[in-house]
Design a protein around this ligand. Structure first.
Ligand code: BZD
Length: 827
């Protein structure tokens, strides 16, 4: 093909070159072509996975067609763009989402039906990429959806982990982990770009020399080198553009001269190759608690180094100068995981592209923006100086230099010695470490938190000295979720009912849901609303049956807590409440409790002792209750194993009550809270993270609030918190807690939950005992309202109607306006 600047349209217009159609007939033709020519299969021997793959390839062609169009448009407009750097992504299954975004769901369903195939069956075949731990990774994927839909020129970079988040099984009530082999059957959605590949160096030392003009030259002499190769997955927006998710895979460089080796060296070379490929082998399964592992730092540097080289390549490809990098690109750091990028960009500009320090620093700090996702001290990344010296000696020098200039700058302000040492990039109390949040803050032009409350706390606590120094640098962007995946794709019944009432404008403007409010008093509408919910509950009950073997009556109140298992999220507070109901039934003979199914799901970090024990506690309570004929008509306790985006898409639509019960001040935002409310569940929650804003939007009368506020938590702790006192003064709570050590619950192994019991009675760092009564009281209120199904339905409709703010489209628009200064380019 000659490349004299012709648009792709030109080639498609040529006779004989197929255009890619979207009609049922087009889909049928491509589907068969894929089956025959790409897979070499005929229908009689084809497996379900063959059919799935043929369909996925059919759809992928159309998605790439959109992508090349988008690329052309971006290039034509020479637009400013966003590069999103995230160590984690959780895109979920692609097929259903792409069908929605191409608006060919029905055409595809009909096309397949003509081959006696069922679309829903094929959708189940897809294995999702579990390339993230939880909220942070899923948020990145929601943002990809909105960036594409809104037509924001952008590219997302990350790591192509060969094994994603571990698969969770429950054996004998305990979490058991196994490897997630998501690539085993191949991955239809990605394409390898062998020509987009970069070298990444590690270790060694630096050499400083001066040239004849006395100019300093610094050379990094590494002791190993690996190669990162790009794998591209197109992420399609609704009715519009597509962007690329570019994930790097580590490979050995091809620079060994094998012929020169004797056999022993050959094996050493192979071993070295295998070692280098380890870098992208597996996702670290820890959220919110980081152990300073060398391999993790290698992963971070590896993907940052490849991504920055790629960004520079793209910039220079357009014939631009590096001095203008920040005018054409902004790079968003998704937490500190990619924050070594600040030092790496400096290295590339100074050592590789020979820029002067002042200029390079100006470009660097005008390019990056940093999003903080946590205030938990144990989750703030700190890398030992010694580790950096061994792995990235040049970066350590650069960080020292950045720090020394920064300290000089702040000395000119009115900061005390104590403040200065608090702000330093290097923490030298004990083993010296680099504070990555400080590096990211100093090296960025904007820093944001992920909810109003969290952004406020960030400025008042974790980064307060920086906020004093640079108040204009700090801002908030409240998280959002893609309502296309989490309502249109995963809840077609509710989406259909909404569209029937208000049209489909909500798909691109979620604020349109507001007009649903005018139907709250329409009895017929409420009935349909409840019918839809019941259908979704039946579907969830079927999933529960399939994955746990348990049956629940879909008419029950389905009360759900799904999220990573963590003490601060307080799954065990919910367990204490369930035990209180159990005792009410068993001992007090009281039974005005509405039939309820408590559903939990979520993974515990494999090394997190308490979290794993909390899972065992949930399943033990489940065993007790589900097998007790006196109780199990009223209560059921289910732990759904292996929570994933795919499973989540069944859970949110089927929930009545959403549990958002973290201790105030600990959950940066939460995004599950938004997904539940968007699907018509009511929330019981604390004033934490985005709960605060959800409550503001839906109205306090439509939200079940309990617990201390952030300020009250701080005061309570300051005044001296004594959980034992609460325990001894609350008869019912005491009974529940003591039950943790009972023969009945522990089947004789009475020490089983001793650690949880002791922790709650002695420290209770997340104030479960403090908030217990308030939670139980609010649950009473939930039950009262649940019994009035019309009232519940009204509240549910009002919740959905007021979810407009929580669309990730709004979040991305906020990023564009408040931070990136990037404009949409629509294809
Ligand atoms: O990020 C979460 C927060 O806990 C949530 O409150 C918030 O809604 C989301 C999105 O902003 N944080 C994470 O999910 N963090 C991680 O997954 C993680 C992963 C690796 C290392 C540290 C944290």
């Amino acid at each position: 093909m000659n490349s004299n600047n012709k648009k792709t349209e030109h080639y498609f217009a040529k006779p004989g070159v197929a255009n890619i159609g979207l009609t049922k007939e087009d889909i049928k033709t491509s589907f068969l072509e894929k089956l025959f020519y790409s897979l070499g299969r005929i229908p009689v021997v084809a497996t379900k996975n063959d059919f799935y793959t043929s369909l996925a390839l059919t759809v992928r062609d159309r998605v790439f067609r959109k992508y090349v169009k988008s690329l052309e448009q971006y290039a034509e407009e020479d637009a400013r763009g966003v590069a999103y750097l995230s160590a984690e992504y959780l895109p979920g299954p692609h097929l259903g989402n792409n069908l929605l975004n191409l608006e060919i769901v029905e055409e595809t369903r009909e096309a397949l039906a003509e081959f006696d195939l069922d679309l829903d069956e094929l959708l189940k075949e897809e294995v999702e990429p579990g390339l993230g731990n939880g909220g942070l990774g899923r948020l990145a994927s929601c943002y990809m959806d909105s960036l594409a839909t809104l037509g924001i020129p952008s590219i997302a970079y990350g790591i192509r982990y060969e094994f994603g988040i571990f698969k969770q099984e429950i054996q004998n009530g305990w979490q058991v982990e196994s490897t997630d082999k998501w690539l085993q059957k191949g991955n239809t959605w990605e394409i390898l770009r062998p020509e987009i590949s970069f070298e990444v160096k590690f270790g060694g030392n630096t050499e400083h020399s001066r040239d004849e003009n006395n100019k300093l030259h610094i050379e990094w002499i590494p002791d190993s080198e690996i190669k990162g190769t790009a794998y591209d997955t197109p992420i399609l927006g609704y009715q519009s553009n597509s962007i690329i998710l570019r994930l790097w895979k580590a490979e050995a460089t091809e620079s060994f001269d094998f012929a020169a080796y004797n056999l022993g060296e050959y094996y050493r070379a192979v071993e070295k190759k295998m070692r280098s490929e380890n870098i992208t082998k597996v996702l670290y399964p820890n959220d919110e608690n980081l152990s300073g592992k060398e391999l993790r730092l290698k992963q971070q540097y590896f993907f940052v180094c490849c991504s920055l080289q790629d960004i520079i390549r793209l910039h220079l490809l357009q014939g631009r100068k590096l001095e203008t990098l920040h005018e054409k690109f902004t790079i968003q750091l998704n937490d500190t995981h990619p924050s070594i990028a600040v030092a790496e960009l400096m290295r590339l500009l100074l050592d590789v592209h020979h820029m002067e320090w002042e200029e390079a620093w100006k470009v660097t700090k005008s390019t990056f923006a940093y999003t903080n996702h946590t205030l938990l001290p144990e989750a703030l990344e700190k890398w030992p100086v010694n580790l950096l010296r061994n792995l990235l000696p040049r970066h350590l020098e650069l960080i020292y230099e950045i720090n020394s200039r920064f300290i000089t700058e702040i000395r000119e302000h009115d900061f005390t010695g104590e403040q200065i040492s608090r702000m330093s990039l290097i923490d030298d109390r004990g083993e010296p470490t680099i504070r990555m949040a400080h590096l990211a803050t100093v090296g960025s032009y904007k820093v944001n938190g992920v909810s109003a409350l969290h952004s406020g706390l960030l400025k008042e606590e974790v980064l307060k000295d920086f906020a004093q120094l640079w108040p204009e640098k700090f801002t908030n962007v409240t998280n959002g979720i893609t309502h296309r995946r989490f309502l249109a794709v995963s809840n077609p019944l509710l989406a259909g009912l909404i569209t029937e009432k208000i049209g489909k404008g909500w798909l691109t403007n979620l604020d349109k849901l507001k007009s649903l409010e005018s139907f709250v008093n329409d009895e017929d509408f409420r009935r349909k609303w409840m019918e839809v919910k019941l259908e979704n509950k039946k579907n969830l009950a079927a999933q529960i049956k399939e994955f746990t073997g348990f049956e629940i009556n879909p008419e029950m109140l389905i009360d759900v807590q799904v999220k990573r298992i963590h003490e601060y999220k307080r799954q065990h507070l919910k367990v204490l409440h369930i035990l209180s109901l159990y005792m009410q039934i068993k001992e007090d003979g009281q039974n005005n409790i509405p039939p309820t199914a408590f559903v939990f799901a979520g993974k515990a970090a494999p090394g997190y002792f308490m979290a794993k024990r909390i899972i065992k506690l949930i399943t033990a309570v489940g065993d007790l209750i589900n097998n007790d004929p006196e109780v199990n008509k009223i209560l059921k306790v289910i732990f759904l194993p292996n929570f994933s985006v795919k499973l989540a898409q069944h859970v949110y639509p089927g929930a009545d009550l959403s549990e958002q019960i973290s201790m105030a001040g600990k959950e940066a935002s939460g995004t599950g809270n938004m997904k539940f409310a968007l699907n018509g569940a009511l929330t019981i929650g604390t004033l934490d993270g985005a709960n605060v804003e959800i409550r503001e939007e839906v109205g306090e009368e439509n939200f079940f609030l309990f617990g201390l506020t952030t300020e009250e938590v701080a005061e309570r702790k300051k005044a001296g918190y004594h959980p034992y006192k609460i325990y001894s003064e609350n008869e019912k709570l005491k009974r529940v807690l003591d039950f943790l050590l009972s023969e009945e619950l522990t089947k004789g192994d009475t020490e089983l939950f001793r650690s949880i019991y002791d922790n709650l009675l002695n420290q209770d760092p997340y104030l479960l005992l403090q908030d217990y009564q308030s939670y139980v009281d609010q649950m009473e209120n939930v039950y009262e309202i649940w019994k009035d199904s019309q009232k519940w339905a009204k509240m549910s409709i009002i919740n959905v109607a007021n979810m407009g703010k929580f669309s990730s489209d709004r979040s991305i628009k906020d990023y564009c306006e408040k931070i990136w200064k990037v404009k949409a380019v629509k294809a």
